[in-house]
Design a protein around this ligand. Structure first.
Ligand SMILES: Nc1ncnc2c1ncn2[C@@H]1O[C@H](COP(=O)(O)OP(=O)(O)OP(=O)(O)O)[C@@H](O)[C@H]1O
Ligand SMILES: [Mg+2]
Length: 627
């Protein structure tokens, strides 16, 4: 069996998140020497910087202290270096008696040590303060992002993979954090060092300083070209890393399917292809970032040699002091380092800003509205009885692709309405509209005579409880999961709801009963048991409108009958919409809607529909197979 080609694999995996439910895992993003190369350049850097500043702006006292500490550590290091001049000159000055020279030296060295100690202290303070600022700002940013995400419409998540949304929290926030943590301070201190060093260099010797400056454009050119290349290879490395991570993730979550179809060997082959590709890209990225960068950085040593040579000549012919030469060559070396770093750090800043832009784009995405539509007026009622009317509703998830055509139906309070029909007919879609997961384009849906667009979303959802087709259980105890249906429910009510849903007996058989911890979407339960917990959750809610979407599709018929009995009492005073493939479940409903390709093709109660000998009759009696 042959695996897919590298190109095919890369295309599929480098941006994908194979598992809709789980976020990214694997090796995680790494920092490259040229910065995180995954981001394109920011589009509106000014605006993004402005918004980021708002996050750190609250810490202006901290920031002022950071700047002061930074200035202090730069100045102490520059002045400390300058002290070498009197050290050399004093030591070399034969005209002064040795004892006096030693005494002088002692004084100078002590001052030097004091200066450096002060420098270390301010560096420590600066790093610590900046850490506080950046961690607090990032905490706020993450909170804001999560907060906004909770308000986003279902449509937002439909069109994005989990991995894509996850990477806002991982890659992008990480990039911003790195910029705030270290890049920003090293940029500022780099600039301070360059300016300070220049000052001391000119102060020491103007001609030598001019000579050093002549070399600057050369370093800059070399630095930027290396950083450009390393960024290019780093981007490729990140894409390869993404592909490898995506592949591993899918192999883990799809492990059973891999085994069912004996795909282990193909998987290994495909993984080897991706892994080999990652190795070759990492080699290049590391070569340029990790080896070439520092080597090119060392070309500044050439200017160092030049300066030393010419400085020596100045000592011999122009009376330049030996101490002056000593410190000058030091400064010259110190001067080149931040220039190289700046070009490298600049790309980290670009990546961080691009990441911030993506984070802010999620935050700026329009949130779900409490009331929908421009002319919406709040008509939220005190209580809802559950009289639901759909009038000529037409809807599509994407433009130009209508999924529901002219749906009209009503349900009086306490009535049971069923939707049946083949897979993909639009049953789930109708229920998705009832609680405004999606807004309709034409037609109206009213509850108790009020257009649902004029009912506050939270109130509407409080009154429409759903057992969704794809169940979800959260990490937590069984009790907590059931209580999700109504947070103020007592323990007795939780048990009662579980009994209604026929879940009580299996829960009692679990190791810790209601306190058993469920993990990974209830991985330690059977599919049917998960459904029972979801029904229990809905049973706990007091909502007058209930939607059961294939709620009992995975439980055996005997349990289903049990649930039906329990639910009968529950459904007695609720408007219930039931979707079921098993038609025995819907026999007792007040009305059954038969849907085909987004249209209601038949309606009536069980007996009427059977008498019609149409589509329902076919489905029920199995005269004709489903298509
Ligand atoms: N989020 C979505 N985005 C785009 N199209 C969708 C989305 N969900 C469903 N559809 C499309 O809408 C149509 C109706 O889907 P729906 O889920 O309502 O079917 P269903 O009747 O519930 O089927 P089943 O019995 O399999 O649950 C399908 O053709 C499907 O492809
Ligand atoms: Mg469905």
């Amino acid at each position: 069996m042959a695996g897919r080609s590298l190109e095919n694999l890369q295309q599929r995996y480098s941006h994908s998140a194979p598992d809709k439910k789980r976020g990214g895992m694997g090796f995680g993003p790494r920092r490259g020497p040229g910065g995180r190369g995954d981001g394109a350049k920011p589009k509106d850097a000014k605006n993004t910087i402005g918004r980021l500043l708002k996050y750190i702006g609250g810490y202006h006292l901290h920031l002022i202290l950071v700047l002061l500490c930074m200035a202090c550590s730069t100045v102490t290091s520059l002045v400390g270096a300058y002290m070498l001049r009197p050290v050399i000159n004093t030591a070399a000055d034969a005209s002064i008696p040795a004892a006096e020279r030693i005494a002088n030296l002692g004084g100078i060295v002590l001052t030097m040590a004091g200066l450096y100690a002060l420098g270390i202290l301010s560096h420590y303070m600066q790093a610590k303060l900046m850490m506080i600022v950046s961690q607090n700002s990032i905490e706020k940013l993450r909170n804001d992002l999560f907060d906004k995400m909770q308000g986003l419409p279902v449509r937002f998540f439909d069109s994005r993979s989990t991995g894509e949304v996850m990477s806002r929290y991982t890659n992008d926030v990480d990039n911003i954090q790195m910029m705030l943590n270290s890049t920003m301070t090293s940029l500022i201190s780099g600039v301070c060092t360059i300016i300070g060093t220049l000052f001391f260099m000119f102060f020491t010797n103007v001609w030598l300083s001019l000579l050093v400056i002549v070399f600057v454009p050369l370093f800059l050119k070399l630095g930027t070209s290396i950083s450009k290349r390393s960024r290019k290879y780093y981007t490729a490395q990140q894409a390869a890393l993404g592909a490898v991570n995506g592949y591993i993730e899918e192999s883990i979550t799809g492990q059973k399917i891999v085994k069912v179809f004996n795909h282990e060997e193909v998987c290994v082959d495909e993984f080897k292809t991706l892994n080999g590709d990652m190795r070759s890209k990492q080699l290049k990225a590391q070569f340029f970032g990790g080896i070439m960068g520092p080597i090119v950085g060392n070309t500044s040593q050439i200017s160092y040699a030049f300066t030393a040579g010419i400085g020596g000549l100045l000592c011999i012919h122009a009376g330049f002091d030996a101490g002056g030469l000593g410190i000058f060559v030091n400064y010259a070396r110190q001067f080149a380092r931040p220039i190289n770093n700046l070009t490298m750090e600049a790309s980290t800043v670009f990546s961080a800003l691009a990441g911030a832009e993506r984070v802010f784009a999620v935050m700026d995405h329009p949130a779900e509205l409490q009331l929908a539509g421009e002319d919406a007026a709040d008509q939220t009622p005190e209580t809802i009885k559950g009289h639901v009317i759909l009038d000529d509703v037409t809807f599509g998830y994407v433009p130009d692709k209508t999924v529901l055509h002219n749906i009209s139906l009503y349900a009086k309070p306490g009535q049971k309405i069923a939707f049946v029909g083949s897979t993909g007919a639009g049953k789930t879609t109708i229920t998705n509209l009832l609680n405004r997961f999606y807004e309709i384009e034409s037609g109206t849906i009213t509850v108790d005579g009020i257009d649902i667009r004029n009912i506050r979303k939270d109130v509407l959802r409080q009154n429409v409880t759903m057992v969704l087709q794809d169940t979800h259980l959260f990490t937590g105890t069984v009790r907590e999961n059931i209580r999700y249906g109504r947070l103020d429910a007592t323990d007795e009510e939780v048990v009662q709801a579980a009994k209604t849903a026929s879940a009580h007996s299996f829960i009692m058989r679990l190791e810790n009963g209601y306190d058993t911890i469920l993990q990974g979407d209830g991985a330690n339960l059977s599919q049917g048991q998960r459904q029972l917990l979801n029904i229990a959750r809905a049973a706990l809610s007091k909502a007058p409108i209930l939607v059961l979407d294939e709620a009992t599709s995975s439980v055996d018929t005997r349990t289903e009958r049990h649930i039906e009995k329990g639910m009968d009492r529950l459904m007695a005073d609720r408007t219930t919409f039931i979707i079921a493939h098993r038609l025995s479940t819907v026999r007792n409903c007040n009305a059954i809607m038969v849907l085909e390709q987004g249209r209601i093709v038949e309606r009536g109660d069980h007996d009427q529909l059977l008498a019609m000998k149409g589509r329902y009759y076919e489905l029920y009696t199995g005269v004709k197979e489903l298509d």
